[in-house]
Design a protein around this ligand. Structure first.
Ligand code: A3P
Length: 360
C-alpha cells in the first residue's frame, strides 16, 4: 500500500506534467509514456507500478507467484475493441471446463459478465494495494467484485508487449511461466467499435462530449488510441508470437468469426488443455462456442442490465456490460467510412505492416 501510494504521488507530481497529452476517447486525456498512449487515471499508474511489482517477485522470488510454483499465468492481451469480451468468455469457459460444464444452466458466464470473470491486470494491481471496500454505485446497489473460481490464473491486459514486465515476457523465467493469447482485429472495425464505445461511455464518465468521427479518425491516424499506436501494439505481439510461438498465440477476430471451432481448438491446445477425442465427439467445443457467442451472451440479463463490477469497484469507471456488445460483425466500417477515410487507412496499413507478414 505504502509503496503504491509513493509511486502514485511521484507519477502525479513529477511524471504527468511532462508527458505529451492528447484528447482521450473515453477519458478526458491520453498521455504518452514510453511511446504508448495511456489513460492517466489508471493505465499509466499501472504500467509504472507493474514494473516494480513484477520485478520485485522476480528478484526475491518471495511473492505469491513463487508460491504457485511453475503453474502458468495466462494473459489475454488485446488493444481495446479487438475482441476482449469474446476471448475472455472463451478462455474462461475453455480453461475451466473441468469445473463448469459449458452446457450447464449454472455456468458462471450465464450470470457474470465476461469482464468480471477474471481480473484486468492493470486494475488488479490497484486492488491489491488499495483497500477498496464494497462500493455503492449511487443507485443504492452495493457493488462487489468477486470473480468465479478458476483452475488457472487468468489476466486480461491491454498493455503493449513493450510495457509488460520482463518477468512475464521473456521466454522463460525461474519464477514465472506465462502465456499470452493475443487477439487482433482489422483496424477499420476496431476504429469504429472504439468510436462508438467512446460515444457511449465518455459522456457518462467525464461529462464531456463524445468525439466526432472526423476528430476520432485524426487521433487514430496519429497513433492516439488507448494503449496505441494501434500498429505498434499489434506488431509488438505479432513479432513476439513469431519469436516465441510457445509463449504467444496470435489470433484474429475475423478468423474466429469464420472458423470458431478450429480457433478454439488451437486456443485450448496452446494453453495446454487440448480437447480430447471424447470431448470433441460429445460436442464440447460447439457448446463452448455457443455459450460464448455474441447472440447468447448479449441476450443474457446480466449483460443487458448490469454494469461491470470490476471497473467500478477498482477504478470508479462506469461501463455497462451491454456497452461491450454492439454488433459483433466483420466489416461494419463500410457503413461509416468515406472513400477518403478508407484510402487513408489503407495507406497507413500499407506503411506500417508491409514486410511484417500481417495482412488485414
Ligand atoms: P462492435 O463494436 O464492432 O460490435 P472488446 O471486447 O475488445 O471491447 O471489443 C468489443 C467488440 O467485440 C464489439 O464490436 C462487440 O460487439 C464485439 N463482441 C463482444 N462480444 C462478442 C462475442 N461474443 N462475439 C463476437 N463479437 C463480440
Amino acid at each position: 500500500g505504502e509503496a503504491y501510494r509513493k509511486i502514485d504521488a511521484e507519477i502525479c507530481r513529477e511524471m504527468l506534467p511532462n508527458l505529451p497529452k492528447e484528447k482521450g476517447w473515453i477519458t478526458e486525456h491520453l498521455v504518452q509514456y514510453k511511446g504508448v498512449w495511456l489513460t492517466p487515471t489508471y493505465a499509466l499508474k499501472a504500467a509504472v507500478q507493474l514494473q516494480h511489482h513484477f520485478n520485485l517477485f522476480q528478484t526475491t522470488g518471495s511473492s505469491t507467484s513463487a508460491a504457485r510454483g511453475l503453474s502458468p499465468i495466462c494473459f489475454l492481451a488485446t488493444i481495446p475493441k479487438s475482441g476482449t469480451t469474446w476471448l475472455r468468455a472463451l478462455m474462461f469457459a475453455t480453461l475451466n471446463r473441468s469445473l463448469y460444464d459449458a452446457a450447464s444452466p449454472h455456468h458462471p458466464l450465464l450470470t457474470t459478465g465476461p469482464h468480471d470473470c477474471f481480473p484486468f491486470l492493470e486494475m488488479d494491481n490497484m486492488l491489491e494495494n488499495h483497500d477498496h471496500d464494497d462500493r455503492d454505485s449511487g443507485d443504492g446497489m452495493i457493488n462487489n467484485y468477486a470473480p468465479p473460481t478458476s483452475t488457472t490464473q487468468l489476466f486480461a491486459t491491454h498493455l503493449p508487449f513493450s510495457l509488460l514486465p520482463k518477468s512475464v515476457t521473456t521466454s522463460s523465467s525461474a519464477y514465472c511461466v506465462s502465456k499470452f493469447v493475443y487477439v487482433c482485429r482489422n483496424p477499420k472495425d476496431a476504429f469504429i467499435s472504439l468510436w462508438k464505445f467512446g460515444n457511449k461511455v465518455k459522456p457518462v464518465n467525464t461529462g464531456l462530449a463524445p468525439l466526432s468521427i472526423e476528430e476520432a479518425f485524426e487521433l487514430f491516424c496519429r497513433g492516439v488510441y488507448p494503449y496505441g499506436p494501434y500498429w505498434d501494439h499489434v506488431l509488438g505481439f505479432w513479432k513476439a508470437s513469431l519469436e516465441m510461438p510457445a509463449k504467444v498465440l496470435f489470433l484474429k477476430y475475423e478468423d474466429l468469426r469464420k472458423e470458431p471451432s478450429a480457433n478454439v481448438k488451437r486456443l485450448a491446445e496452446f494453453l495446454g488443455q487440448p480437447f480430447s477425442e471424447e470431448e470433441e465427439s460429445k460436442g464440447v467445443v460447439q457448446q463452448i462456442i455457443k455459450l460464448c457467442s455474441f447472440e447468447n451472451l448479449s441476450s443474457l440479463e446480466v449483460n443487458k442490465t448490469s454494469m461491470t463490477q470490476q471497473y467500478f469497484v477498482k477504478a470508479n469507471i462506469v461501463f455497462e456490460n451491454g456497452d461491450f456488445f454492439r454488433k459483433g460483425q466483420v466489416g461494419d466500417w463500410k457503413n461509416f467510412f468515406t472513400d477518403d477515410m478508407a484510402k487513408r487507412m489503407d495507406q497507413i496499413i500499407d506503411e506500417r505492416f508491409s514486410g511484417s507478414g500481417l495482412t488485414f
